[in-house]
Each structure stands twice: as structure tokens, then as C-alpha cells.
Ligand binder design. Sequence first.
Ligand code: CA
Length: 226
Amino acid sequence: MRILVAEDESDMSSALRQGLEEEGHSVVCSSDGLDALSLARSYEFDAIILDVMLPGMDGYAIARQLRQANSLVPILMLTARDAAPDMVRGLDSGADDYLTKPFKFEVLLARLRAISRRGGGSRKPVFSVGDLSLDPSTRQVSRGSRTISLSRTEYAILELLMRRAGGVVTREVMLDSVWGFDQNVEDNTIHAFVRLLRHKVDLPNEAKLIHTVRGIGYRLAAESHV
Ligand code: CA
């Protein structure tokens, strides 16, 4: 698994990195809340180990922001205090499970396995923005009462935009996740596909959901400001 460890205590962070790498996982560490949120938004992780108390932005806020952006990444929260309100707050903010420090590494591994097996199954795996919704399990897309049929590429672009709803998806990220790293795709091609998608998603009488962020990429949002 590819795991993001957001933890500002360097001893704990390096112990987690070492232990997880020995188990064959690939680990990215971050010691700052804002940095961790930006990493979690920009790259696909199979799980996030999220310390509650982080500089920049705390673990609750990070989990909440990820869930608001429709991220289903399994989150294991680490809390230093064995207090019920903390755990409730952690789970309410969108964490899948929590662990109180200090903990046994074996327990952490077991919790990680459990939440990644669930794979976000406890939440509704349907993305929605305004009246647009997309179900990755059936690949069905609809807006209001109308069904939208999309080509493979159009669907891949829309799913990416919906997974990152509210945030800007750069052309580079779109290129990597829709076409793959080694494809030679020009900006014009991306633009053409987004235009096709836009014709199907945003009818003239509907509010615009797909926004162009000039020189950077695209953004899917119900509100028009960027
Ligand atoms: Ca901490």
C-alpha cells in the first residue's frame, strides 16, 4: 500500500516509516498539517495515518476537508489522549478508525488492514456536486433527472474532477491519471475532451459546474468563483 503518515513527532514518524516499509509499504511522511492535506489531495494514497495534533492544520480539519472533497481514502487517526470526546470528534470528522498513543505497532497494522479492506464501504460511494452525481461502482452519471452517457475518456475526466471537487485539477494531474504518465497528449487534446464533457454535463439552461482555471487546469464546483 501507499501510505501517507502525517505526524510531527520525528521519533514517531521515523518509527512508523521504518515499520511500514519493512512490511513492504511505500511511505510518504509529512510533519505539517497543511502540507499533509496538500499531499493527500494531489496524490492517491491507499491509507492515511493522521496525527490529531499537527502544526498548520489539525487532523480533524484535514479529515473533514478530505471528506468534503469526496475523498474515500481510509484514515486512521492517532490521538495522544484516551478521551472519548476526542475519538468521537475524530470519527465524526471522517476518520475510519483511531488509535490512542502509545500503541503496539502490530495493532496499528491490524487497524490499517481493517480500514483498507473496508475501502470506504461504510460511506456512500457516490460523488455528487450540486445536482450532478457519479457512481463509480456502476459508472452511472446523472444530472437532476437526466442520465448522462459518457465515453471512457470523458468518464475518467469527470470522475477525477468529482473526486477532487472544489479543488483545481491541473492539466499535469489530469494527464497522469486519465492518459498515464508516458502518453504523449497535447494540451489541445485535454481541452477538446473537457469541451465535449462540458457539452454533456452543463446544458445551456443549467448552472455551470465545470470551470476552467486559466493556465492551470479545471475545477468542478457548484459555485463559480475560483
Ligand atoms: Ca503531534
